[in-house]
Design a protein around this ligand. Structure first.
Ligand code: ADP
Ligand code: MG
Length: 648
């Protein structure tokens, strides 16, 4: 019995290994076939040749041609990883994670081994890693520690057309690194044809075009402007779905809320219809948990149509095969500096013509397609910008200033930007850093500023963390800051909205969302960091697990002048502080805490003081203004001195 049993077991194991190996082979084979079908494969050797002969190459190719997933592997196969990693930067964290996963599968290894990724607060790489996908912010931070990026033999700056703030800063830095390191390859990829500018910036470097394989896309404009693009998109998607034409649908919406409403509406209205064909509705946006994000790539069962509802993440960063219909609402969310409040606000804006054309292109990858634009042709022609204004020209630069100062770039106006930011933005950001105590009156980094650079956080949050040490509350502040830095913690499943709201109430600290967050964490800790506890309380376990590390809000304090109670607690505080301002049709402050006026006087004496005898609020304002003017004068004097020194 025993021997037989063993033999049987051995045999079974053997067969299991064999069948696993062969199914593994089948999988690899199809993945390999998929790789070889990509347009980039046809020009693989030419690409490798041009990269061998040049330090910097611009690579242009349609979305889906294989730039992101293949270039890293080609460089690996060609031996570049024998003396350093091949790094590939992405403006979006979702893309970095999703692409790394895909490439690790194509290479037949586990994610985090040969192929890994790094995004803020999450490093999924190891000693073994030779291909590393990361956000552009990560590479920027790495350049702080290792200014020549010695760990890398090649860097691919992907999605350069996006012109993200960090990519633009990296452009300037990497240009210098390449001039110092002749063994480093820099490849800049773009989905659009505006690559001449990139080539000129890097010193007339070669541009390599990947021949495209695209099908015609019919563009259909709305005849009249749409009042409600969500409603219009829902109707359009249903019409396509019920028309009997085959192919998947991709809907572009500006953000999470619109995506959720659109998805729910489509599902609801289909349920009301009798004998409607099945449809899988899949949302995707950056805050969506990654296991749900991955669903957009899964093949729907035979005969079931997929309808993906996405932000502009699906414009060029992620390619989903099989899309035949695009429905384009015509809007996106952009971070834009708002001079009125002195900080960035996330706001919904019309997309540019370049975005619109990219979106339409998604319908023509696997066959002829159709793109329904929910705006008029005249709006497209007359109201949309040709291309989006680069982030560096429209957002707060505090982080960039801090980073460049700490890299020893004294004169920021001299830094080699492809499109320099407006001087006003630069000065405004320097002013904010001065308020936070990161810069002194001459615009040089203070010891506090030097410390602040160490944290991968907004300067205001770094400052808060530093100050909390002196105040003996760093453990609590660390938790709050981390909670603000991970994607959404609470979720509200469909059909259980009330239940989840009630559970959430249990954590509520009426006067402060920040303390509510702290409360959530402490209760989770009391429950031994249990994931069951998270599920019971509608909290994302993954987001909670990400909380690893982590009194600059003074500047963000605003006087509240709202009639109704903010917190549903029957009183309106005089002052509040908030984490983020979001603008849709209304302004929303996200994550709010009531603030005692006295604290402001203590922590921000240059702006606030407690009304004393003989000192009116007007007087305080005047004094604050005076101080600011002084500081601005000193700074512009310093800049002038620098400039005249440069001219000498
Ligand atoms: P590009 O960067 O030129 O836009 P990619 O390299 O991203 O092109 O995509 C090439 C192919 O890989 C596409 O056909 C796409 O569908 C596939 N692909 C990319 N990421 C994934 C993923 N996470 N899951 C499945 N397929 C993917
Ligand atoms: Mg790509």
């Amino acid at each position: 019995g025993r021997v037989d049993y063993r033999t049987d077991q051995k045999f079974a194991d053997h067969m299991k290994d064999k069948s696993e190996a062969s199914s593994e082979f089948a999988k690899k084979k199809t993945l390999l076939e998929q790789r070889q079908y990509l347009p980039i494969f046809a020009v693989r050797q030419q690409l490798l040749n041009i990269i061998r002969d040049n330090s910097i190459v611009i690579v242009v190719g349609e979305t889906g041609s294989g730039k992101t997933t293949q270039l890293t592997q080609y460089l690996h196969e060609d031996g570049y990883t024998s003396y350093g990693m091949v790094g590939c930067t992405q403006p979006r964290r979702v893309a970095a994670m999703s692409v790394a996963k895909r490439v690790s599968e194509e290479l037949g290894s586990n994610l985090g081994e040969e192929v890994g990724y790094a995004i803020r607060f999450e490093d999924c790489t190891s000693e073994k890693t030779v291909i590393k996908y990361m956000t552009d912010g990560i590479l920027l931070r790495e350049s702080l520690r290792e200014s020549d990026l010695d760990h890398y033999s090649a860097v691919i700056m992907d999605e350069a057309h996006e012109r993200s703030l960090n990519t633009d800063v990296l452009f300037g830095l990497l240009r210098e690194v390449v001039s110092r390191r002749s063994d480093l390859k820099l490849i800049v990829t773009s989905a659009t044809m505006d690559s001449d500018k990139f080539a000129a910036f890097f010193g007339n470097v070669p541009i390599f075009h990947i021949p495209g394989r695209t099908f015609p896309v019919d563009i259909l404009f709305s005849k009249t402007p749409q009042e409600d693009y969500v409603e219009a998109a829902v109707k359009q998607a249903l019409q396509i779905h019920l028309s009997g034409m085959g192919g998947d649908i991709l809907i572009f919406m500006p953000g999470q809320e619109d995506i959720e409403v659109t998805s729910d509406q489509i599902v609801e209205r289909l349920e009301d219809l009798e004998s409607a064909p099945p449809l899988t509705v899949l949302p995707i946006y950056s805050q969506l948990p990654s296991d749900l994000q991955a669903k957009i790539f899964q093949k729907a069962p035979d005969g079931v149509r997929k309808c993906i509802v996405a932000t502009n993440i699906a414009e060029t960063s992620l390619t989903v095969d099989g899309i035949m219909f695009v429905v384009d609402a015509g809007y996106c969310k952009l971070k834009v500096f708002n001079p009125r409040i002195g900080m960035d606000a996330l706001q919904v804006y019309p997309i540019s013509q370049a975005n619109a054309n990219q979106r339409a292109g998604r319908a023509g990858r696997t066959g002829p397609g159709q793109c329904y634009r929910l705006y008029t042709q005249s709006a497209f022609k007359n109201e949309m910008l040709t291309t989006t204004i680069p982030e560096i020209q429209r957002t707060n630069l505090a982080n960039v200033v801090l980073l460049l100062k700490s890299l020893g770039v004294q004169d920021l106006l001299l830094f080699h930007f492809m499109d320099p930011p407006p001087e006003d933005n630069m000065l405004n950001s320097m002013y904010q850093l001065w308020i936070l105590g990161a810069l002194d009156n001459t615009g040089s980094l203070t010891p506090t500023g030097r410390l602040m650079v160490e944290f991968p956080l907004d300067p205001a949050l770094s400052k808060m963390l530093i100050v909390s040490c002196d105040m003996g509350c760093s453990a609590d502040i660390l938790i709050i800051v981390s909670m603000l830095s991970v994607p959404a913690i609470f979720y509200r499943p469909k059909g259980r909205e009330e239940e989840s709201d009630q559970v959430r109430e249990k954590f509520s600290v009426p006067e402060s969302d920040h303390l509510t967050y702290l409360n959530v964490y402490l209760q989770w800790k009391n429950n031994n960091y249990s994931s069951i506890w998270c599920n019971e309380h509608f909290i994302h376990t993954k987001a909670m697990r990400k909380l690893t590390c982590l009194c600059g809000w003074v500047f963000q304090v605003r006087e509240v002048r709202i009639g109704d109670s903010l917190f549903g607690m029957g009183y309106t505080p005089d002052y509040i502080t908030y984490h983020e301002l979001v603008m849709t049709t209304k302004e929303y402050m996200q994550c709010v805490t009531a603030v005692d006026g006295e604290w402001l006087a203590e922590l921000g004496p240059m702006f606030y003081s407690v009304k004393q005898a003989g000192k009116s609020r007007m007087e305080n304002r005047r004094r604050a203004k005076e101080e600011i003017t002084n500081m601005e004068e000193e700074m512009s004097l310093a800049e002038q001195q620098l400039r005249s020194r440069r001219e000498d």
